[in-house]
Write a protein of this length. Structure first.
Length: 348
């Protein structure tokens, strides 16, 4: 699988497609990206027959109903095994496109062109594809790697602050789980990221992709070390799904998850208070921590019980154990989880 990172990559995308496909292109894009870039990419793909499927933005589109609608469209325009699917958008578009590619006619090739910081540093890398089901995140899916991924940092300049924040949280995650020096680099360059500094953006994207690739290459099927990439996701997915994916986007929920899971780590003595305060300081500037009420705590905890990492009735956590290091635990008491989410400690 090729991964190309740079600026203004449309020429390279066209060249790659000219050398690697025989027939039609089926382009999946969301409405927001379409407004900015659809005409531009169609100009670059003018040598090909291109069918376009446009998604409504948001997690609500990540469903089997949308997948079935895409299947119908693929059949209607007579797409066959030589058709290549192009995912052009953020994480939702990438997950749906990859899942469709992995299942249509038992598998067709696809490429990723991620357009958000979050998708560029995370969801477009590693081959995880799928959809949500009955309110639970990524319950149906597969592992299916794209033919190529083109990460164009120029596309980030159409994003709003909230989208950048979601990606920054994921970038900081890599520093916490794997590379403390990178963590320091990111939070010392936060302003440059929000100001779309090309050099800083390219640095953080390349480093994030490198770290994720290094981990995924050791564990493509998520059976061992790859699980450390889920730091913040156990509580994060619980928060995200409790609010029906409407109050927080994925990146914001994971930032909150990293805050609460770091607190758990401190409480059971895995990290010292100084390091916890360091993590809390940078993450709480991105998303305000929340003091959840009893109903919210119970609902989030219930959703966490359906997490894919869990072992039977044990909720599995990835917790910091030192600077740039994490480990996996399945023995966290539910009373501590409830105490953590109730948040009385946040403003003390």
């Amino acid at each position: 699988m090729d991964i190309v990172i740079g600026k203004n990559l449309f020429d390279e995308i066209r060249k790659f497609l000219s050398e690697n496909i025989e027939e039609d292109i089926f382009l999946i894009i969301d409405e927001n990206v379409s407004k900015y870039y659809l005409n531009k990419i169609l100009q670059y793909l003018s040598d090909f027959k291109v069918n376009v499927y446009t998604l409504t933005p948001g997690e609500e589109s990540k469903s089997l109903d949308i997948v079935k609608d895409i299947y119908s469209e693929l059949i209607e325009v007579n797409c066959d095994r030589n058709t290549i699917i192009i995912s052009f958008g953020g994480g939702v578009v990438g997950d749906i496109s990859g899942f469709v590619a992995s299942t249509y006619l038992r598998g067709v090739d696809y490429i990723q062109i991620p357009t958000t910081l979050l998708s560029q540093v995370d969801s477009s890398i590693g081959g995880k594809v799928g959809v949500d089901f009955k309110g639970y995140k990524n319950m149906i899916g597969s592992f299916y790697f794209p033919l190529a991924t083109f990460i164009d940092i120029e596309l980030l300049k159409s994003l709003d602050t909230r989208d950048i924040t979601s990606g920054v949280g994921e970038v900081l995650k890599y520093g916490i789980i794997y590379d403390y020096d990178f963590l320091k680099y990111v939070y010392s360059n936060i302003d440059s990221i929000y100001n779309f500094d090309d050099e800083v953006l390219e640095t953080i994207v390349k480093k994030s992709v490198s770290i994720k690739n290094r981990i995924v290459s050791q564990d493509k099927r998520d059976k061992g070390i790859r699980k450390i990439l889920n730091f913040g996701h156990t509580i994060g997915h619980g928060i995200e799904s409790f609010y029906d994916f409407k109050r927080y986007n994925h990146g914001e929920a994971v930032i909150l998850g990293m805050i609460y899971e770091s607190f758990i780590s401190k409480e059971i003595g895995l990290i010292e208070e100084e390091y916890f305060n360091e993590i809390f300081s940078v993450l709480s500037k991105l998303v305000d921590p929340v003091i959840f009420n009893i109903k919210e705590v119970d609902g989030i905890l219930k959703n966490m019980s359906y997490d894919k990492k869990n072992k039977k009735d044990k909720i599995v956590f990835v917790l910091p154990t030192d600077r740039g290091e994490v480990q996996i635990f399945d023995n966290i008491e539910k009373d501590l989880i409830k105490k953590t989410l109730s948040g009385d400690w946040i403003w003390k």
